[in-house]
Write a protein that binds this ligand. Structure first.
Ligand SMILES: O=P(O)(O)OC[C@@H](O)[C@@H](O)c1c[nH]c2ccccc12
Length: 381
């Protein structure tokens, strides 16, 4: 069907208001992007949200939403087990004159990742209006080249570029470091040869904060910064950039394809790098089906069960998938559970050009020296 007919079909649909409800952010982004944040040059060709044949496919997907598929149903068709928080309480049952609700019936998170996501939905209710963020965006420091820094480090050392994580705690490991000074740790990482830093901003489960991100950005540290947050709404992308982030994490176990597609486009408009995280073949294939993804992380930790297995990185990069990665020149990141030079060599052999490491280095009294221990040599020179 010709493009203009499809467009007409959607825009003239009587269910248009439903479409607007599903994509309320679409209008918002157009408004926010009318004023270009300082220091951000939108990539060529990305100024309009969708282009030619791609927009036909997108339009059809939007139509799919429009005819009544809701988030959790769409997500489930893509193998996503993480549901979004139900807006109302549990369903009501009626027996004769009585009505009752059962606990644990769609209203209780099934695992830790789902719990974190539901909590994020609640936190986001308190968010600043987007108009206020527009002003902060204008004041935000210029974006730094996250992928460029990883590639340069890889070429310089012959080892994977390091994204060193400023991480105080995690639900699986508890408190990792008691005397936690985020700026001191960041400076020590940079001195020790980290190419980029990852800063956890989730407060409730990881004891991180956006304040830490801002403090590090204003401390003189030069490394590009990844905002390590659970992103469920495009609003968070603007917020992360306004706080000085150069990159954000998009988790494929949480976000359906259309969200990843849309969010990566907004990232490009804001100058942010999207690190798209996968942890199994299905997620990897979904992400490979999305145009414009340049940085993919393989998380060796299953965020639903906390199981850790570094052979996940190897398994996912074998065969056809590894070939596609090389052809497209995508930078792969091995994430989680890396403790020794042997672990680093193992994931490098599997095909990664970068690694994301938290626990093994943040626990050291001198985190910068921890980097030398992790790589088996001083990578700062
Ligand atoms: O501390 P580790 O095992 O070195 O892991 C770091 C990083 O990979 C991990 O924190 C992480 C990877 N993906 C995430 C998503 C959300 C929260 C945390 C993470």
């Amino acid at each position: 069907m010709p493009l203009f007919l499809i467009k007409f079909f959607i825009y003239s649909s009587p269910k248009k208001s439903f479409l607007v409800q599903c994509f309320p952010h679409k209008k918002m982004h157009e408004q926010v992007l009318k004023s270009k944040p300082k220091g951000v040059e939108p990539n060529e060709g990305s100024a309009s949200i969708a282009t030619s044949s791609e927009s036909v496919v997108d339009a059809l997907k939007v139509k799919e939403w429009e005819v009544g598929m809701f988030h959790n149903e769409v997500a489930a068709t893509q193998g996503i087990r993480i549901r979004r928080r139900p807006p109302t309480g549990p369903p009501i049952h009626y027996v004769g004159p009585f009505e009752f609700r059962l606990e644990n019936e769609g209203n209780t998170p099934r695992n830790i990742l789902e719990e974190i996501i539901w909590n994020k939905d609640i936190e986001l209710k308190e968010r600043k209006p987007i108009g206020m963020i527009r002003k902060d965006l204008e004041k935000a420091p210029p974006v730094r080249d996250f992928i460029g820094a990883l590639r340069a480090a890889n070429e310089r050392t012959g080892l994977p570029g390091l994204i060193a994580e400023v991480k105080k705690a995690s639900p699986s490991r508890g408190i990792l470091r008691e005397n936690f000074d985020p700026v001191e740790i960041a400076q020590s990482y940079e001195k020790g040869g980290a190419a980029c830093l990852s800063v956890l901003t989730d407060e409730k489960y990881f004891k991180g904060s956006f304040e830490n991100l801002e403090l590090i950005r204003n401390s003189g540290v030069k490394c590009p910064l990844l905002c390590k947050e659970f992103i469920v709404d495009a609003w968070q992308l603007y917020y992360a950039r306004s706080k000085g982030a150069d990159a954000v994490l998009l988790i494929a176990a949480v976000l359906p394809d259309l969200d990843i597609k849309y969010m990566t486009k907004i990232c490009k408009l804001l100058g942010l790098t999207a690190l798209v995280e996968v942890h199994d073949e299905r997620e990897f294939d979904r992400v490979l089906g999305i145009e414009g993804v340049e940085l993919i992380g393989i998380n060796n930790r299953n965020l639903e069960t906390f199981e850790l297995d570094i052979s996940t990185t190897k398994k996912l990069l074998e065969g056809e998938r590894g070939k596609i990665i090389r052809e497209r020149n995508i930078v792969m990141v091995g994430e989680s559970g890396l403790f020794t030079p042997e672990d680093i060599a193992y994931v490098q052999e599997a095909g990664v050009k970068a690694v994301l490491v938290g626990e093994s280095i943040v626990k050291q009294s001198d985190p910068g020296k921890g980097i030398s221990n992790l790589f088996g040599k001083d990578i700062s020179v």
